[in-house]
Design a binder for this molecule. Structure first.
Ligand code: MG
Length: 488
């Protein structure tokens, strides 16, 4: 049977499919009722305080210059400026093979890069023993760090990945032999110096307006929670003087009055597993006190400590506590797996990703991609030469479409949530370690504090989609959010 070429994807898009996602929505992996949540906890960096992209460029520039000045790397690296939007969160770096890769669970993604250039799929397969498989013992481990692979998970790691790519690019394009393991360690140390030497804290506190994105929503969220009788706490790894300046800027001089407990330099993720490190109190000058801590008092600042002591002193246990953080491992994994608090992930990339999903170009590409996949699946039984020729054309078109839709998110690595057709490793971890996720905590302002988030029921591979998801609010966020906006 001769298959006909179909070229009318426009008619396949469901009416109103574009612009249905609202970047201010909160998405649920598990059912969460805010009615049951009495205590709200927060991380600070990239949770209460969101930073502008200027910070990435400054971290990159300083670390690059440090690499040249202190580790004596070639001066030629200096000519590489920061490349915004090159890297993406959740990517893996193969320390020995110097690939940056967004691989899914134990399966290498087909979008890999060496230096600043993409690596052809056949070459990636060749590097991993002829398959897309990465053995578990080479993988990145529970907190994203393995002997051969590192997963970059925090927002600060974007400049680190870019510097690694740039330095590799310099050596490879100039045909200079180098040890990639040394390079990985040196770049990691150069980035670490930006943090350890306090550069970042200094830049931000000297120009809060330049680096901190609008603080007004943060103040509004805290105010709303407190006015409705909720208890609030802060657990951050940052030092008090830094947090204090940012919070005064965003929330006001009286910011401490919003919180029932404030823990700084907590050393997460160890904070969640350590049983011995006691809390220490800081006085109003930020100096450490020697007294034993028998209670956590409102308005006081505490340093270090551990979660077991925190639970003993506060009694804040289980699902009445909801903790928000941006780092899936350091902030959320232990809380979800070991301690039973509810968790909320802050994923600022949702703003860009939902913007792309809402474009007509994406809707068209994805609809046609799915239609082609369905056609291929059904029509593959036709083995005559003419039909096989059409099938080959469809396969080629499907590959091209896949690249086009991927490039809309990020030309090198695509969406942080999907690699080809499957969820990325980042996505799987996000689903496992967070009950809800959102672009910023300001999304909370769209919902009543007795609201229940229901996860969308997506059919498993063996299930038939027997329900009309289009009728549920989980799919149609926009009209529902418009109604919720009245609460503001
Ligand atoms: Mg953070």
């Amino acid at each position: 049977m001769l298959l006909l070429k179909i070229t009318a994807p426009f008619k396949l898009i469901p009416p109103g499919a574009c612009s249905i996602l609202n970047p201010s929505a909160i998405y649920a992996n598990n059912e969460v009722s805010l009615e049951e949540v009495d205590i709200y906890g927060f991380d600070y960096d990239y949770t209460l305080a969101l930073y502008s992209n200027n910070l990435d460029t400054m971290i990159y520039d300083t670390a690059r210059d440090f690499l040249i000045e202190h580790f004596k790397y070639p001066e030629g690296i200096h000519k590489y400026d920061y490349v915004p939007n090159f890297a993406a969160r959740g990517l893996h770096y193969d320390i020995q093979k110097v690939n940056i890769d967004g691989h899914t669970f134990c399966v290498c993604n087909r979008f890999a890069s060496r230096g600043l250039k993409p690596v052809p799929d056949e070459e990636v397969v060749g590097l991993y023993g002829g398959t897309h498989h990465v053995p578990l013992n080479q993988d990145s481990g529970f907190y994203g760090k393995g002997p051969k692979m590192k997963q970059f998970m925090d927002v600060f790691s974007l400049p680190e990945m870019t510097l690694l790519a740039v330095a590799n690019d310099y050596f490879i394009s100039n045909d200079i032999e180098y040890d990639p393991v040394h390079l990985y360690k040196d770049v990691s140390e150069a980035i670490g110096m930006v943090h350890l030497k306090g550069f970042m804290y200094k830049w931000i506190t000297q120009d809060l307006e330049k680096f901190i994105l609008s603080g007004e929503p943060t103040r509004a969220v805290l105010q709303r929670l407190v006015s409705q009788g909720k208890k609030l706490f802060l657990i951050t790894n940052s030092p008090f003087s830094f947090v204090d300046k940012g919070m005064v800027y965003m929330v006001g001089q009286n910011w401490r009055e919003f919180f029932d407990a404030i823990i700084v330099q907590a050393d997460k993720p160890h904070f969640f597993n350590d049983c011995f490190k006691p809390f220490r109190r800081l006085d109003s000058n930020g100096d450490l006190q020697w007294d034993k801590i028998n209670s956590l008092e409102k308005g006081q600042i505490y340093k270090q400590g551990n979660l077991f002591e925190f639970l003993r002193l506060t009694g804040w246990r289980g699902s009445k506590v909801l903790y928000f953080g941006d780092h899936l491992y350091s902030d959320l994994a232990d809380l979800m797996l070991r301690h039973g608090w509810r968790t909320g992930a802050i994923v600022p990339e949702l703003i860009h990703e939902t913007k792309v999903v809402n474009t007509k170009q994406y809707a068209l590409g994805l609809t046609w991609l799915q239609a082609l996949t369905g056609l291929l699946e059904r029509m593959q039984i036709h083995r005559d030469p003419e039909s096989q020729k059409v099938l080959q054309e469809w396969m080629k078109e499907r590959e091209e479409l896949r690249a086009v839709t991927k490039n809309l998110f990020n030309p090198q690595f695509g969406s942080i949530f999907r690699t080809s057709h499957n969820p990325t490793y980042f996505s799987r971890r996000l689903c496992r370690f967070s009950d809800v996720y959102m672009a910023s905590i300001s999304c909370l302002l769209n919902y009543d504090l007795s609201y229940t988030f229901y996860p969308r029921r997506t059919p498993l591979q063996h299930e038939a989609p027997l329900w009309m998801d289009q009728l549920c609010t989980g799919c149609m966020k926009t009209p529902f959010l418009e109604e919720m906006a009245l609460i503001r």
